[in-house]
Design a protein around this ligand. Structure first.
Ligand code: PGA
Length: 255
């Protein structure tokens, strides 16, 4: 982390877990925990839980995020949810391009780029996910792959739009597997992502962008991962489902 230049963000990704009726108790438990003031806490919940989450977290300095958004503004797109709808509810963040959506819903790099634009046009902060497969890592093409994913995601953004964007490095082999990237691996790829941003937008913009690590981050490894200078926070799946675990990860950012 480098708190001089950018905010620390700890974002939970509930994926397709919990029920709307369980949101309130989670929020009450999390609100009771001590959280460092400068750490931005975000909870990204399924669409149907957004209203309950916004109500429950309102007075707690905890922002609510969605897990996807339509690339389209409005119209005949049955089942889709637009950025304007999310904004109107009070949503602040949206995860875009998670590897599960890329794998199971055929989301492409150009879909990801369009969704980022749609989110930004309604003042939602996108958390853009990139990450390599185990095969790509073992073939030694992680850097090329990540650079390409980042470039394709941000190529249409103005510097102002870039500044509002968050990137999450999530190696696919580490998601939900209990296998975490080492702090060194996570730090190196996050530094690479910053260098890709720097090449287009310059050093001032690049050093202001929060870059998160995600993939089996938990209370025991969070501190070491967050100590890396280019790791500015975490996108946390499994360990965000229990208020105690999530709170310890937030606490680990106090360093
Ligand atoms: P995990 O998920 O923490 O359960 O590995 C992270 C994510 O997919 O965002």
């Amino acid at each position: 982390m480098n708190r001089k230049y950018r905010k620390t963000i700890i974002a939970g990704n509930w994926k397709m877990n919990k029920l709307p009726s369980e949101v309130k108790d989670f929020a009450l438990a999390l609100k009771e925990t001590q959280r460092p003031k400068w750490c931005e806490t975000v909870v990204c919940v399924p669409f149907v839980m957004l209203p309950a989450a916004i109500r429950a977290f309102r007075d707690a300095r905890i922002a609510v995020g969605a897990q996807d958004v339509s690339a389209h503004e409005k119209g005949a797109y049955t089942g889709e949810v637009s950025a304007a709808m999310l904004k109107d509810l009070g949503v602040k963040y949206v995860i875009i391009g998670h590897s599960e959506r890329r794998a199971y819903h055929g989301e492409t790099d150009s879909d990801v780029a369009e969704k980022i634009k749609a989110a930004l046009s309604c003042s939602l902060r996108p958390i853009v996910c990139v990450g390599e497969s185990l095969q790509q890592r073992e073939s030694g093409i992680t850097d090329e792959w990540i650079s390409m994913q980042v470039k394709l995601a941000i190529e249409d953004l103005s510097a102002e739009e870039m500044k509002k964007t968050v990137i999450a490095y999530e190696p696919i082999w580490a998601i939900g597997t209990g296998k975490t990237a080492t702090a060194g691996q996570a730090g190196a790829v996050c530094a690479l992502i910053r260098s890709v941003i720097r090449a287009t937008y310059g050093a001032r913009v690049a050093r202001a962008i929060p870059i998160l690590y995600g993939g089996s981050m938990n209370p025991s490894n969070a501190s070491e991962l967050l100590a890396q200078p280019d790791v500015d926070g975490g996108l946390i799946g499994g360990s965000s489902l229990k208020p105690g675990d999530f709170a310890s990860i937030i606490g680990a950012s106090d360093q």
